[in-house]
Design a protein around this ligand. Structure first.
Ligand code: SF4
Ligand code: SF4
Length: 362
């Protein structure tokens, strides 16, 4: 057995010893609420992961479903008195399953598109072509991410519009997928690191000092995962962090605005204030917090590869989240959350990325 696997087993054993079976995680786990089975709650997933890594369990359909309906939202970790790292353990178990040749067919499709074309949507257009912008040297660069480039273009267009309205000297990037989707579904680091290095080399060659990102998942990758594997020689900011520093002067909007915290921006990366400060800077607007907000925010249901492999679960979790909203507009700060939340509505709910909202008012 490799040292790597021994380390994982030790971590899982430690987690099982630490878990007191209190069940607090069940009260927040969005996928447990959908299935009602203990195997789909945080503590159940830790036990399944251990059984798999030990070789006591086979990765059959039910085991795969229990481990791949985890959205990696991290709410269990927040709630857990013993601080069991469920996301880390689930992601390790996914890596073991993938290494043993077990990957969900939907994820296989996505991963092969990333490897072949550099994005999970199978698009052949490059990012600069899609955005209609040239790549050039500049100290400020925008990493649009695959979803805001190929599926929710209005968000990347809004970001570019804001740069231009504020007179910024910026560049778009000849980017490839940040690697988030591959990391979340269990691909080995050897497959993801080349994507990281390619992005870093492209960005560095332009003399970039500050990288600004729209997507919470890409942001988490650059901020937390990239530094573990590659050198990141520039500052990384989420679009909201950068924008709040520019103090945009916005037109009034007499609306009640709710804010949904993306899990990968909030709980994973600790960014809660910048989006709220931006909403607070809109004259006439009122920020109406959702029932569960900030650290206690509930997941939109789309992350961790759940939306692609189990779309019904993703939609149902998004519906539950939308039930908490009592405002005129729901704003979030991640193109992937926007897509997943919109898929759960009959399009009769006003849901937008904060970039789009700011661009309308600038
Ligand atoms: S990360 Fe989220 S979905 Fe996964 S076990 Fe924890 S609470 Fe449940
Ligand atoms: S909250 Fe933590 S200690 Fe309690 S059952 Fe869940 S994982 Fe175990």
């Amino acid at each position: 057995m490799s040292d790597f696997k021994v380390d994982r087993l030790k971590r899982m054993e430690q987690a099982m010893l630490t878990c007191t079976m209190c069940g607090f995680c069940k009260s927040v786990c969005p996928s447990y609420k959908e299935s009602g089975w203990d195997t789909s709650a945080a503590r159940g997933r830790v036990i399944l992961s251990y059984g798999l890594t030990q070789g006591d369990l086979e990765p059959d359909e039910e085991v795969m479903e229990a481990l791949y309906t985890c959205t990696t939202c991290m709410d269990c970790y927040r709630r857990c008195p013993s601080k069991v790292d469920v996301v880390g353990i689930v992601e390790d178990a996914r890596k073991d399953m993938v290494a043993a040749g077990n990957m969900l067919s939907k994820h296989e499709e996505i991963v092969s598109k990333v490897k072949e074309l550099g994005n999970p949507y199978g698009e052949e257009r490059s990012v600069p072509e899609s955005l209609g912008e040239e790549v050039r040297s500049a100290s400020l660069a925008y990493f649009a991410g695959c979803t805001a480039t190929y599926r929710s273009e209005s968000i990347s267009k809004a970001a570019l519009s804001i740069f231009k309205k504020l007179g910024e000297d910026f560049t778009v990037l000849d980017e490839v997928c940040c690697g988030s989707v591959m990391g979340r579904v269990g691909c080995p680091d050897e497959d993801i690191t080349p994507l990281m290095q390619r992005n870093i080399d492209n960005i560095s060659s332009l003399g970039v000092e500050t990288l600004v990102l729209s997507c919470a998942g890409c942001y988490r990758m650059f901020k937390e995962d990239y530094p573990k594997h590659v050198k990141v020689p520039f500052r990384v900011l989420h679009f909201t962090e950068w924008l709040v520093g520019r103090k945009p002067v916005l037109r009034p909007l007499e609306k009640r605005i709710a804010y949904h915290d993306p899990c990968h921006l909030g709980r994973h990366a600790g960014v809660y204030d910048a989006p709220r400060q931006l909403i607070g800077s809109i004259p006439g607007a009122t920020l109406v917090e959702m029932t569960n907000n900030r650290e206690q925010s509930r997941c939109c249901g789309g992350g961790g590869g759940v939306r692609s492999a189990y779309p019904e679960v993703a939609r149902s979790i998004a519906s539950a989240r939308l039930d908490e909203m009592e405002a005129d507009i729901l704003v979030t700060a991640c193109p992937f959350c926007v897509t997943n939340l919109k898929a759960a509505t009959g399009e009769n709910m006003n849901i937008m990325d904060i970039t789009e909202l700011v661009d309308c008012l600038l």
